[in-house]
Design a protein around this ligand. Structure first.
Ligand SMILES: [Zn+2]
Length: 434
């Protein structure tokens, strides 16, 4: 409902200026209400709380939350709807969204109408704070299955006009559609906008958006520079997921990502303990909003680094320094060190431009084997010495015994989620073991 979402937006924007302690108190109350609701209405959580002897009154503060055992994707996947959807809400009238669960089996999450309105307001807060205007035209490059059906009534009034473009279209087609629509704002996956930027820079002229929003994938420096130089607009990156919608967002200060703590509590955990600021931890989330299907201490299987600093923009939402990626974006060296996929590009190469490399992916096939896939400009001229140097650098980092294989390809394809992952690990990896 438009009016309800507008009211949420008003409240959410006010929260940005509250003192941290004041906002924490609002969030604490929401958390207590959610815990009580889950205990009373969701059999799955009633059992989970009872299994460790917890009653809702034992969770008085955010720090008490760690008494609740974590929830895994697998647990949700293997539960019936009656078990995980609140009995006083029910699935009728709810919207279901599917996300990739563990073992490649999809997982459905249910959202009530109020939650959808709240989520829309959370997104709009981040957009408006970053300079979006109501009359802006936004082109969104995404998976076709997420295209909405039909236009909203206000689009005909010139408000919040949207154009959806498939992430699977080639950059030539995407540019054609963009030139036709002439958006003020472009939003898309960072890898997709980087490929589009690379295509655009060979063009004499094309219409440039005023704002560029990216998300859904880890943003690396190379893509960030490429997108900002071609579009002449600094990309502002958003971190979200199907289960909780928008979790955190960059502002123009680029000091990190503001976490929407008034929507989702985010914990950063290693060995069942909260990590210190500046340290890497597995992200565990609790929704303060979704009463239809509460998710409490849910393991997102992503890894991030929280920080203590306040952002210089003055907004009091706390900062997440960066999201290092999914658990399977991490690789393991021969001696057991955990290596983030973010070390790549240009590493293990020196200069992609000069070396003629367009795309890159590393796959850890086995504990002792890395396969490096490369899409290059001209395979017949590709220099063997470049590969040899890259192999040497990889072995220095991962261990001399690491087998490194190269595959030269025409193009690296997106996976079915539309993402272009640069790191893929097939080695079972449990964060707690390291
Ligand atoms: Zn900021």
């Amino acid at each position: 409902m438009f009016a309800r979402s507008a009211l949420y937006l008003y409240q959410l924007r006010k929260n940005l200026r509250l003192e941290s302690a004041e906002l924490a108190e609002i969030n604490r109350k929401k958390l207590r209400a959610m815990i009580k609701h889950a205990y009373e209405n969701v059999p799955f959580y009633h059992r989970k709380f009872s299994s460790v002897g917890i009653k809702p009154d034992d969770i008085k503060s955010i720090s008490d939350l760690s008494k609740v055992p974590v929830t895994t994707k697998y647990e949700i996947q293997s539960s019936s709807f009656d078990d995980i959807v609140a009995s006083n809400v029910g699935v009728n009238g709810c919207t279901a969204r599917a996300t990739s669960g563990s073992l490649g089996i999809p997982l459905s999450v249910f959202f009530d109408e109020e939650t959808l309105d709240f989520e829309a307001a959370v997104w709009n807060r981040a957009y408006l704070e970053n300079g979006l205007r109501l009359t802006d035209k936004m082109a969104i490059i995404r998976l076709p299955r997420f295209f909405p059906k039909g236009r909203r009534w206000y689009e005909t009034l010139g408000i919040s006009r949207r154009k959806y473009i498939s992430v699977f279209d080639d950059p030539e087609r995407q540019l054609e559609l963009l030139e036709d629509f002439k958006p003020d704002v472009i939003k898309g996956y960072s890898s997709s906008l980087a490929i589009l930027s690379d295509f655009c820079r060979k063009r004499a002229s094309f219409s440039k958006p005023r704002l560029v929003f990216t998300g859904s994938e880890s943003m690396d420096d190379r893509n960030r520079k490429l997108i900002s130089s071609v579009f002449e607009a600094e990309p502002l990156d958003y971190y979200g997921c199907i289960e909780f919608s928008l979790l955190a967002w960059e502002c123009r200060e680029h000091m990190g990502y503001h976490m929407n703590t008034d929507s989702v509590m985010m914990e950063f955990v290693e060995n069942q303990e909260e990590v210190s600021p500046g340290e890497r931890g597995e992200i565990v989330c609790t929704s303060l909003v979704n009463h239809a299907m509460p998710l409490i201490r849910y393991r997102l299987e992503d890894v991030g680094i929280p920080v203590e600093e306040q952002c210089s923009c003055g907004r009091t939402l706390p900062l997440l320094k960066k999201v290092e990626g999914r658990m399977d974006d991490f690789l393991i060296a021969m001696d057991g060190r955990v290596i983030s996929g973010q070390i790549f590009s240009p590493f293990p190469f020196e200069n992609w431009e000069k070396e003629g490399i367009r795309q890159f992916r590393v796959i850890q096939e086995r504990r002792d084997k890395l396969t490096i896939q490369l899409a290059v400009n001209d395979s017949s001229y590709f220099d063997a010495l470049v590969l040899e140097n890259a192999r040497r650098r990889l072995q220095q980092l991962f261990g001399e015994d690491m087998i490194v294989e190269f595959q030269i390809l025409e193009k690296i394809d997106r996976d079915s989620s539309g993402k272009l992952r640069t790191t893929v690990s097939k080695v079972p990896f449990h964060w707690k073991n390291h």
